[in-house]
Design a protein around this ligand. Structure first.
Ligand SMILES: Nc1ncnc2c1ncn2[C@@H]1O[C@H](COP(=O)(O)OP(=O)(O)OP(=O)(O)O)[C@@H](O)[C@H]1O
Ligand SMILES: [Mg+2]
Length: 760
């Protein structure tokens, strides 16, 4: 009979050739139909199975062992007379194609299953079983045993009647499984490896070191090299221990580890610090004075102060007096560019037999620049001090803190705070760089700071500085510097011998006065360089036979027309322009104050980037002139319906300070009285509403600038009279100084008596 009793297999799929035991009473039936079922839904195909054994179980149930025989599709179902559900079915035994067609597929399938079993750690039994299976269809059905295939995958396999298709499907499923198993294995291995390998490497390394030592080959390994370097570096104990700790960490880690290169970088930096090296310090003031004199012309005051400073240090050192808070002032050289600050720093190093390192602080805004970044930052580096020590190669160099007036502070921290610690003798024997994170003794370093102006140096720093001012050079000093230093240097730089070119002081003076306008000598050196380059070319091309003597014509020829004009004479021809004297970042300078009037409502217009203090000076000046109109001989109604405009060229450079006060009064008074200002006179001084003249700073620099600009008279506030002693004698000889206490006196001196009859 064609109808078979149906036995549902919940969430399980039985294949032909597979034995299965079910608990069910199947009466006398010899064959049943096993049909997969999921959530009460039957599959459309099943397996016809034969009973191989019946067991009556203790209690009341039955169990039967069945063996799948072949596939079948399900047809209609009906209950028989005993009420048992039976279904029609169509038998679908495998139609195996000729073996040749499936041979490759079969071979591949077997290979893959072999690999899976290998990965799963099969003891060979399953492999033997698979090998015993013959026939493509049966082989594909072995996939049904796999614990990794799910119900729907197995069902799909069951419902694929075509043998070749089924084998392909089984192959696909097993292939995916293999891939998954392999990945899983690799992950597991990686994790295990990571942990074990480190341990193993560590022990191997230890053994290797031991073997090396035994063989007397102690140089090969990187770690050993570091160990030797650390031992030889002469580090303080705490530092050496830190280095050794890091070295051990490095060894444990092995070289392949990413962090190990960071540890090496750290060790390299630790070793770069010249822990135990110092130059023989030479604190002999006589020798020092000799060296300073040989390197620099003039600067007598500066050289004397430096020699004294060294002498004091020497005495303190000899008498075993330790540095304390009060003794540790920092030598600070303040003055305009090109006046020899940096180069005198180098001379100090030479004079004391120390190394010299320059550390430019211009634009440093970040504390980490000074102190380094913590090692936890990617790409962290030590700060500038550590680098300076490395460059010096000794622990007692001269470190020049260049441009301390140009450090800033922002959210990244205040570099001047770090500098304070560096410069403080009470703290700097234990300076801690964030990167190295060990204590560094900076107390043997001789710090010398430089700045162009004093006002922008952070006050806390300025407080501990011993300031030495460089005010700039007079024309004669420049000629002397040129003669003795710049000229020989440029002669040599241009490939000439000193006896091949000659010149006179008059010619040098011409270069100074007509081609340079500066407090220092940098531009002068450049101009001399240009002059000598031209000369060298002429000698080399045979145009002029050596020795060549350079005269005024040669200078004009090489450097062109004069670059510097004595403008005061030109500018002050019209009323309303007065010549003031100022100090800027580049030294003293002359500055013209211009006043003009125009129709308006009696106000004051100010231009030329004036700071607040300077603007106030202008207002005071105007008020003063207005309130003294009568004494000054100004028409009371001169300003009715008009306003005054005060301008200070050069408009692009910011200017501030009260010292242009009397210049502003003079310009406005000149405008309104129509009396021009004398072209030979320069002035400086603060003014009050009552017309008093108050003292100002930087007199020497201002006088030098006035002299260089061709002025012959200078108005000086009473209380600055003593400062005139600082002005070099040769300049004093050429100038007339007018000492004044009130603005009346200034106007009396400065305004021409003749009134200009030209209408504005
Ligand atoms: N008195 C001097 N005697 C000899 N050479 C000098 C003298 N003054 C300056 N020089 C030379 O002038 C050049 C410029 O000097 P230096 O670089 O020291 O200037 P600076 O004051 O440091 O300027 P800056 O403020 O721009 O840094 C150097 O070559 C220096 O040797
Ligand atoms: Mg410098």
């Amino acid at each position: 009979m064609n109808r078979l009793r149906i036995i549902p297999m919940d969430d399980a799929v039985v294949f032909p050739g597979m034995p299965v035991t079910v608990t069910a009473d199947i009466g006398d039936d010899e064959r049943v139909l096993l049909v997969p079922r999921h959530n009460n839904v039957y599959a459309t195909a099943g397996v016809v199975a034969e009973v191989s054994e019946r067991v009556r179980m203790a209690g009341r149930g039955f169990a039967v062992t069945l063996m799948g025989v072949h596939r079948a599709t399900l047809g209609g179902a009906a209950e028989d007379k005993d009420g048992v559900l039976r279904v029609d079915h169509e038998a679908r035994p495998d139609q195996n194609p000729p073996a040749i067609q499936t041979r490759d597929l079969e071979r591949e399938y077997r290979a893959i299953v072999d690999e899976i079993l290998e990965l799963r750690g099969d003891d060979g039994r399953i492999r033997a079983f698979v090998r015993s299976i013959a026939g493509a269809g049966a082989l594909a059905d072995t996939a049904g045993y796999s614990p990794d295939l799910n119900y729907s995958q197995k069902l799909q396999l069951l419902e694929t009647f075509d043998v070749v298709e089924r084998l392909k499907l089984a192959l696909q499923l097993q292939r995916d499984r293999l891939a998954e198993l392999q990945v899983r294995k690799r992950i597991r291995e990686d994790v295990e490896d990571g942990a074990q390998k480190q341990q193993r490497e560590y022990f191997l390394r230890r053994q290797m070191d031991a073997i090396r030592k035994e063989l007397g080959e102690t140089d090969g390994s990187v770690a050993e090299e570091y160990r030797q370097k650390i031992a030889a570096a002469g580090m303080p104990d705490a530092v050496r221990q830190q280095a050794e700790r890091e070295l051990e960490r490095f060894e444990r880690m092995g070289e392949a580890n990413a962090e190990s290169s960071m540890i090496r970088a750290y060790l390299d930096w630790l070793l770069a610090v010249p822990w135990s090296k110092r130059s023989e310090d030479r604190l002999d003031p006589v020798h020092a004075a000799g060296v300073l004199d040989a390197d620099h012309e003039g600067l007598e005051d500066v050289k004397r102060r430096i020699t004294e400073y060294l002498a004091v240090r020497k005495l303190r050192a000899e008498r075993g007096m330790t540095e304390n808070r009060k003794s540790g002032v920092i030598l600070t050289l303040i003055g305009p560019p090109g006046t020899g600050k940096t180069s005198i720093g180098e001379s100090i190093a030479r004079a004391t037999g120390r190394q010299f390192v320059r550390m430019s602080l211009g634009g440093v805004r970040d504390e980490a620049e000074i102190r380094g970044h913590r090692r936890t930052y990617i790409g962290a580096l030590p700060g500038r001090l550590v680098r300076a020590l490395r460059d010096a190669g000794t622990m007692n160099p001269v470190i020049m803190l260049d441009e301390v007036d140009k450090i800033g502070a922002d959210w990244r921290g205040d570099p001047s705070a770090a500098l304070l610690e560096v410069l403080d003798p009470a703290q700097n024997h234990a300076f801690r760089d964030h990167y190295l994170d060990v204590e560094l003794d900076l107390s043997q370093v001789l710090f010398v700071a430089t700045a162009n102006v004093a006002d922008t140096i952070p006050p806390a720093l300025f407080d501990r500085m011993e300031v030495i001012r460089f005010d700039g050079y007079t024309t004669e000093e420049k000629v002397a510097i040129a003669r003795r230093h710049l000229w020989p240097r440029q002669v040599e730089r241009n490939g000439l011998r000193i006896d091949e070119v000659t010149t006179t002081d008059a010619v040098l003076r011409l270069v100074v006065s007509d081609y340079t306008r500066e407090a220092g000598v940098r531009q002068l050196e450049r101009e001399l360089g240009k002059l000598l380059r031209k000369t060298a070319t002429r000698i080399a091309s045979g145009e002029a036979p050596a020795p060549v003597s350079i005269d005024e014509a040669a200078v004009r020829d090489a450097l062109g027309r004069a670059k510097v004009f004595h403008e005061a004479a030109v500018r002050t021809v019209v009323p309303g322009v007065a010549t003031g004297l100022a100090v800027t970042g580049v030294g003293g300078d002359v500055l013209f104050v211009e006043a003009a009037d125009m129709p308006g409502r009696g106000g004051l217009v100010l231009t030329g980037q004036l700071g607040d203090v300077m603007k106030e000076s202008a207002r005071i000046a105007l008020t003063y002139v207005k309130s003294h109109a009568k004494e000054l001989g100004i028409d009371e109604h001169a300003l009715d319906g008009r306003e005054v405009h005060v301008h200070v060229p050069a408009g692009a450079i910011p200017k501030d300070g009260p010292s242009a006060g009397i210049t502003m009064v003079t310009a406005i008074a000149s405008l309104l009285t129509r009396r021009p200002v004398k072209s030979t006179i320069g002035m400086t001084g603060e003014v009050t509403l009552q017309g008093r003249v108050l003292p100002i700073g930087g007199l020497k620099q201002k006088v030098l600038a006035a002299h260089a600009a061709g002025l012959t008279e200078v108005v000086v506030p009473e209380r600055n009279e003593a400062d005139l002693d600082d002005v070099p004698a040769d300049v004093r000889e050429h100038m007339r100084f007018h000492i004044v206490g009130t603005v009346d006196q200034v106007l009396e001196l400065a305004l021409e008596s003749r009134e200009l009859a030209v209408a504005a």
